[in-house]
Design a protein around this ligand. Structure first.
Ligand code: CP
Ligand code: NVA
Length: 304
């Protein structure tokens, strides 16, 4: 049966371990100039109706480097824009392609598409989740810290799609996750509750960002207004100011804390320029790892 990656909950701990191992190996091969041509003759379609730099380009480059072909489909240019049903689109695309990566607003629409497709479907970000982001982030933490267990990983900022995927990951892997969000901007209640129930390494919700980052091994932040929330930007700036990741906040964490951001970042808002470009930041390695992890994901889903 085909396997989709629609939420982090579609993965088991063993799946994650396999993906970390393979992506790290693919990264080594890439650095050594050793080609991995595992997807010759295979095609990945990318349906994106929100902007993307990293996710789109890393999936496209991943396919090319593995010997396959990416096919970018802007929703604007398909019959979806003229209301062809999503299920019909999924049905037809399944006859041409081997896998689909989708970036859209509604998780329900993605689920509907995946249910109608006979090929694997990958969530490349929805309003609710961004599972591939957290997979490559975990790979980056493993590289930098040598393991996941016992680390204090602190999410600071909006309880958004990336935060939800972190919570889902903490339901599967032994992560100690601390979530620090302003009142009213906490993660979705049902996602949080389910993650706490299944948590493998403990999940804490703390409103005070300074308390949250005390002894942190990892500080992670993201934009205060996600794609689709642009009209709330002004209002959010007021509530989120105490959650800015700046030198003062980073100084409260462990000396060897690493600072992560999925990017794109707004210097001077959720993170200051000195922190984003500073010694604790690993955001460029983090962005690079999307390439290696996405190779692991497409290989796994296409080859089974
Ligand atoms: N982190 C991430 O998903 O970036 P893009 O929006 O550029 O794909
Ligand atoms: N939370 C952000 C992530 C961008 C990669 C957004 O959805 O816009």
């Amino acid at each position: 049966m085909k396997k989709d990656l629609l939420t982090f909950r579609d993965l088991s701990a063993d799946d994650c371990e396999g993906l970390f191992k393979r992506s790290l190996e693919l990264k080594e091969h890439h650095a050594a100039g050793m080609p991995d041509r595992t997807l010759v003759g295979k095609t990945l379609g990318l349906i994106f109706d929100k902007p993307s730099t990293r996710t789109r380009v890393s999936f496209e480059a991943a396919m090319v480097q593995l010997g396959g072909t990416p096919l970018f489909l802007s929703t604007q240019d398909t019959q979806l824009i003229r209301n062809e049903p999503i299920a019909d689109t999924a049905n037809v695309l399944s006859r041409y392609l081997d896998c689909l990566a989708v970036r859209t607003y509604s998780q329900d629409l993605l689920n509907e598409l995946a249910a109608a497709a006979s090929i694997p479907v990958i969530n490349g970000l929805t309003d609710l989740y961004h599972p591939c982001q957290v997979l490559s982030d975990l790979m980056t933490i493993l590289e930098n810290k040598g393991g996941l267990e016992g680390l204090r990983i602190v999410w600071v900022g909006d309880g958004n799609n990336v935060a939800h995927s972190w919570l889902n990951a903490a339901a599967i892997l032994p992560l100690h996750l601390v979530v620090a969000c302003p009142e009213g901007y906490q993660p979705d209640e049902a996602i949080l509750k389910a993650a706490i129930e299944d948590s493998k390494g403990g999940i804490e919700v703390i409103t005070d960002p300074e308390e949250a980052v005390r002894d942190a091994d990892v500080i992670y932040t993201d934009v205060w207004a996600s794609m689709g929330q642009e009209s709330e930007h002004g209002l959010r700036r007021k509530f989120f100011q105490p959650y800015q990741v700046n030198e003062g906040l980073v100084a409260k964490a462990k000396e060897d804390v690493i600072v992560m951001h999925c990017l794109p970042a707004h210097r001077g808002e959720e993170i200051t320029a000195d922190v984003l470009d500073g010694a604790h930041s690993i955001v460029w390695d983090q962005a690079e790892n999307k390439l290696h992890m996405h190779k692991g994901v497409v290989e796994r889903l296409i080859l089974g």
